[in-house]
Design a binder for this molecule. Structure first.
Ligand code: UDP
Length: 247
């Protein structure tokens, strides 16, 4: 295990890793051959974990928890910690696939609407021609089918599994089937395949820099307003935690 600090943000452990360290840690997990769970923590996940004990437990026992959003970086700063940079799901998938192509690791893409994981795999292979895709499957299956999907992943023997069902389902599903699947690195990646496949456009860089990715998402998909509403809730909770620390 690489040595890095971890911070407590509203009861959730977030690891103070930059992208380089996160990738190096995941390569170590691959070499260990034992199953590991990587969580990318954003504000909505941390808010959700306050009222979802199972998610709370899963996040705190994950093998690596990266700071996924600007909300998390902001919170860390408020609480007197310093997190080096965002380590988001979209960037992890992209850069880890680069490492996988160079290192000969295979990847499995599970989740999103039918066709999206395949399109994302096609795009990743275009970016990294040597990339070995162990398999793809959409995320709209019945819960009775979970066992056979987990078996399919196991048989494909990937080194890395990306699961895109959205928080908290993806983290719970990975935890439930982690042992059976026996994949060294499993990561919940939310809407990442939609972005990589070009299905959903990522916010322009100027918006990303100003921490406005959530606003772009809201404009593109107004049904996401509920998730955006968690941001002010998160900020209020952090301010309260800060006051408690100071008082
Ligand atoms: N999804 C899925 N199965 C479902 C519901 C959702 O595979 O039963 C996919 C959905 O198509 C999308 C992803 O899960 O690609 C969730 O993306 P979202 O951006 O909502 O996730 P977040 O990053 O907000 O957790």
């Amino acid at each position: 295990m690489i040595n890095f600090q971890s911070y407590n943000i509203l009861g959730i452990r977030v690891d103070a890793v930059d992208m380089e360290t996160a990738l190096a840690q995941m390569e170590e997990f691959i070499k260990s051959r034992k199953p590991h769970l990587v969580v990318t923590a954003d504000a909505s996940g941390v808010v959700m974990a306050q009222t979802d004990p199972e998610l709370h437990r899963i996040m705190n026992s994950a093998d690596l928890v990266t700071p996924d959003s600007t909300g998390i970086l902001w919170a860390a700063k408020q609480l007197g910690y310093s997190l080096p940079q965002r380590v988001s799901g979209v960037d992890i998938v992209d850069l880890l696939c680069g490492r996988a192509a160079a290192g000969g690791y295979s990847v499995f893409l599970l989740g999103s609407a039918p066709g999206v994981a395949d399109a994302a795999a096609g795009e990743l292979k275009r970016r990294y021609p040597g990339l070995n895709i162990a398999g793809c499957h959409h995320g709209y299956f019945k819960s009775e089918e979970s066992n056979s999907i987990a078996q399919m992943v196991r048989d494909a023997k990937p080194d890395i599994l990306f699961v895109a069902f959205g928080i908290p389902r993806q983290e719970k599903w990975i935890t439930r089937y982690k042992r059976e699947m026996n994949v060294p690195v499993s990561i919940g990646v939310g809407g990442t395949f939609d972005v990589i496949s070009g299905n959903v456009k990522r916010a322009p860089v100027w918006m990303q820099r100003r921490g406005l990715e959530w606003l772009h998402r809201l404009i593109m998909n107004p049904r996401k307003y509920k998730k955006c509403l968690t941001l002010p809730v998160f900020m209020a909770m952090v301010k309260k935690a800060k006051r408690r620390m100071q008082g």
